[in-house]
Design a binder for this molecule. Structure first.
Ligand code: ZN
Length: 102
């Protein structure tokens, strides 16, 4: 078991600066990159085992839209590299071309 609490967005790999979830408690914050809201968009009816599917679907949607910075009111960091960012969570563009609707 990895006891470290990741502060990376599970969808896009963005360094959030806060853990999206602490155990079963959601941060209710939004990833400024892919714009998922933890505890809302990934609520999955309170069933954490379904969260990964939501992340995968959200990520595919984000990739299919061209890895755009979705945050309004917040600009991407200097030198922002979404491909590199995705690599930090072990996913890469084009891993799976099937796109699921959310
Ligand atoms: Zn994100």
């Amino acid at each position: 078991m990895d006891s470290m609490i990741s502060q990376l967005c599970p969808v896009c790999g963005y360094e959030l600066g806060f853990p999206p979830w602490k155990g079963e408690s959601a941060s209710d914050e939004i990833s400024p990159c892919c714009f998922i809201q933890f505890g809302y968009d990934d609520w999955a009816k309170g069933r954490p085992e379904f969260r990964k599917e939501i992340y995968d679907a959200w990520r595919k949607n984000w990739i299919s839209e061209g890895l755009k910075w979705r945050g309004k009111g917040q600009k991407p960091p200097h030198g922002w590299n979404p491909i590199q960012q995705l690599a930090t969570i072990g996913t890469a563009k084009g891993e799976n071309n099937r796109t699921r609707q959310i």
